[in-house]
Design a protein around this ligand. Structure first.
Ligand code: UDX
Length: 445
């Protein structure tokens, strides 16, 4: 099929590359010239496993093109919308201007003289948006059908999640004939994952929109739940990692997303739960989601607690103390710094007078550009040299695997804060470190 993808950020660029991998002819459109210039040369503008290989393969073969010229999307049979819906300045709600502008671009350029053309929304939007956009398309004078087809990809696994998703969701128009046309086009587009047995859920627009925010709210709630338990563990001498292991064996609960620490961040979970609350307020059902306010509060409190932990470790004297921060992205295997708890914590410690040396396997160059006030060395050895405190804030594999017996010879004072509870406290204590986890008491043996 001929496919266009509007918006070439984390979601759109990966979707475009994966659509080419599924055999379609794809054009990716974005207004950011620097980004498009890189993508058009087959270079990934951000760190994402598997993306460089797909770009090289399909840009090279000509099946995948990137452009800033909206006229090039004209002959696509499906237009995917993958633009951002960031949090609005000074407001909890989502900023819809990029989605609205994508719709106008499609209306202006899509050619529908050979039959209906599908517009498939992938961005995370406030429930009710699809109905509004469908109204706009209906009044456009062109034969454009809207479907809502949310995306569930995780950064770091985005290619895998797009090619082999857990499920595919179609939100279709109420009009049966148009709904069936949209379904047939999406079925053709996703023929490969559907043939592999990926579950398909077909619904109306609001359900499809809600599925996405409900899934992210559930994940955020799960993380804040275990972080609340971590606070209880701290107050009582319990150990949250053992607690999580024990409750996770119950397969109604499951072991995933029960890792307590400095909390969730990134471009999705925090803004999505806030936008969801704002939307519930507009719909007059804000009481249904007041628990999400608590989820957000618990999550942000983790950052305060990490700062307090650092103050305790350094006996309340941060001025002039050297802190080595290992990992600054919002999670490993990405270079994304959006709403990163690690960056927030590092910034607060810096503001209290500490000297920060930050090392990260992917975000170093961007951090150097954005934050000249922080020292950003290339290696762990440089970062920890003479440090009064080491903090693991993002659990990149290379940090989790550090040898405490070797590292201790490089620091000034052997204080380690394990902001993600990924180290073995006993091993680090036995090697001579003052180990501080988040909700972890000293092991009994
Ligand atoms: C999330 C959803 O997982 C994905 O389905 C959706 O499409 C987009 O939002 P992503 O933002 O890539 O994906 O990150 P995710 O892996 O969900 O992690 C989010 C944050 O939660 C990270 O900061 C991570 O470190 C944190 N986290 C995750 C925890 O603190 N504990 C956990 O147990 C799991």
């Amino acid at each position: 099929m001929r496919v266009s993808v509007i918006g070439c950020g984390y979601l759109g660029a990966v979707h475009a590359a994966c659509m080419a991998e599924l055999g379609h002819d794809v054009v990716g459109l974005d207004v950011d010239e620097a980004k498009i210039e890189k993508l058009a040369r087959g270079i990934a503008p951000f760190h994402e496993a598997g993306l460089p290989q797909l770009l090289e393969k399909h840009v090279g073969s000509g099946r995948l093109r990137f452009t800033t010229d909206a006229r090039e999307i004209a002959d696509a049979q499906i237009h995917f919308i993958g633009v951002g819906t960031p949090q609005r300045q000074g407001h909890l709600g989502a900023d819809m201007r990029y989605v609205d502008s994508a719709i106008e671009t499609i209306i202006e350029h899509a050619v529908t003289t050979d039959g209906p053309v599908l517009v498939s929304g992938k961005s995370t939007v406030p429930v009710g948006t699809a109905q509004r956009l469908a109204g706009r398309l209906d009044g456009s004078g062109k034969d454009l059908i809207l479907a809502w087809n949310p995306e569930f990809l995780r950064e770091g696994y985005a290619v895998k999640d797009t090619l082999h998703p857990d499920r595919i969701v179609y939100g279709l128009p109420e009009d049966r004939e148009r709904g069936e046309t949209a379904k047939a086009m999406l079925d053709e587009c996703y023929a490969t994952p559907l043939a592999e047995g990926t579950p398909l859920v077909v619904s109306n627009y609001p359900t499809a929109e809600l599925v996405k925010v409900a899934a992210n709210s559930f994940l955020a709630t799960k993380i804040s739940f275990i972080n609340a338990m971590a606070e209880l563990c701290d107050a009582t001498g319990g150990d949250v990692t053992r607690l999580a292991e024990a409750i996770g064996y119950d397969d109604r609960i499951g072991p995933k997303f029960l890792q307590a620490g400095i909390g969730f961040g990134g471009g999705c979970l925090p803004k999505d739960i806030r936008a969801f609350m704002a939307r519930a307020g507009e719909l007059g059902v804000d009481q249904a989601l007041t628990f999400l306010r608590e989820v957000d509060t618990i999550n942000l409190r983790r950052r305060d607690l990490a700062v307090e932990l650092a103050e305790n470790a350094l006996k309340d004297r941060l001025v002039g103390k050297k802190i080595a921060v290992l990992g600054i992205t919002f999670k490993p295997d990405t270079d994304d710094l959006r709403d990163s708890p690690a960056l927030d914590i590092a910034t607060r410690l810096w503001a209290r007078g500490a000297e920060l040396a930050v090392v990260d396997p992917a975000a170093g160059p961007e951090l150097r550009e954005r934050r000249p006030d922080l020292t950003v060395p290339e290696t762990v050895d440089e970062a920890v040299a003479g440090a009064d405190l080491v903090m693991i804030l993002t659990p990149w594999k290379e940090f989790v695997e550090l040898d405490p017996a070797v590292l201790i010879g490089k620091v000034g004072t052997p204080n380690i804060i394990d902001g993600r509870n990924v180290l073995d406290p006993k091993r680090w204590r036995d090697a001579g470190w003052n180990y501080y986890g988040m909700g972890r008491s000293e092991s009994i043996w």
